[in-house]
Design a protein around this ligand. Structure first.
Ligand code: ZN
Length: 174
């Protein structure tokens, strides 16, 4: 999973030493919980195929929920730039000044009600205001910050929508 590369693998602790990902308390807590889960399934946690499972699950879950450590503000800030175009107004159809839309974003998340992985298609659209537009790649990054948390599809849509409202103050969001 390439996305795991983006996870902060180290945390600073008070004396300046770094804890490895595997020693972080969050990782250890998840691993302990996964061992209990496997025991609940009647499995032998020490059998060869399962020895590294708790660590792998911890890596996958922490990577898949890294949105808890990210702020949309940091993603959007500095990403606003003046709209290029002939029209001063907003809402003109056809290119600049109209609806900005990004289709078919593939999002991967975890279902908050059963913890199983969720795959979602997302379309984000907005009508720029004040001649300010946000880079299209930022829209997908904003969506990803919220996807990388335990989610429910409707809440995910609401959160993306309201964060864009606050972040870029559009003239309209569908
Ligand atoms: Zn579910």
């Amino acid at each position: 999973m390439g996305s795991l590369d983006e996870v902060h693998l180290c945390v600073e602790i008070e004396n300046g030493m770094k804890l490895g990902f595997e020693e972080e308390p969050e990782t250890i807590a998840i691993q302990d919980a996964v061992k209990v889960l496997l025991q609940g399934l009647g499995e032998d946690v020490n059998r060869e195929g399962l020895v590294k499972t708790p660590l792998r699950v911890a890596k996958a879950l922490r990577g898949g929920t890294r949105g808890y450590e990210q702020k949309v503000k940091d993603v959007v800030e500095g990403a606003l730039f003046p709209e290029v175009g002939l029209h001063d107004g907003v809402g003109h159809a056809g290119g600049v000044g109209g609806l900005v839309i990004v289709r078919d974003l593939d999002l991967f998340s975890y279902c908050e009600s059963c913890l199983l992985p969720l795959q979602l298609k997302c379309h984000v659209g907005y009508v720029p205001s004040g001649q300010r537009v946000v880079g299209l790649s930022k829209l997908s990054r904003v969506a990803d910050v919220f996807a990388k948390r335990l989610q429910d599809p409707q809440r995910l849509a609401d959160e993306i929508c309201s964060s864009l409202h606050h972040g870029i103050k559009p003239a309209g969001l569908p």
